[in-house]
Design a protein around this ligand. Sequence first.
Ligand SMILES: [Zn+2]
Ligand SMILES: [Zn+2]
Ligand SMILES: [Zn+2]
Length: 139
Amino acid sequence: MEKSDSEQRLQSRSIQPTAVRTMVLDYMIEQKAAVSLADLEDHFSRSDRTTLYRTLKTFLEHGLAHQIHDESGSAKYALCAENCTCSYPDDLHVHFYCSSCQNTFCFTELQIPSFNLPPKFQPDHGNFVITGRCANCAA
Ligand SMILES: [Zn+2]
Ligand SMILES: [Zn+2]
Ligand SMILES: [Zn+2]
């Protein structure tokens, strides 16, 4: 059988393409906004929560996806660009959380500047979220 794009994408990140992982990746590719674990649970009601959570964790660990903490209180996950290594600050971009529809969007073309932190502060990650109303809700 020929490999799907998703299977190849998983393998390029050294992730074994199981049925669930392929399914979740396909779903995330279709979404315009970042997804939460609850979104996955709603959509894949026949899969158990632990499996879905582990799938997201695997995606994070292998740099296939990144995590966003917005004001919704639950972590969101979005797919990374092909060449993303999730390194600070090069791969950081602006996120926008819409407080009206509660969607979070990646603005990958808006890179976060590298800040001059006070001496001895060692950054590992960054999480840059702007809150407001998205184009849809503001219209
Ligand atoms: Zn990344
Ligand atoms: Zn909105
Ligand atoms: Zn993002």
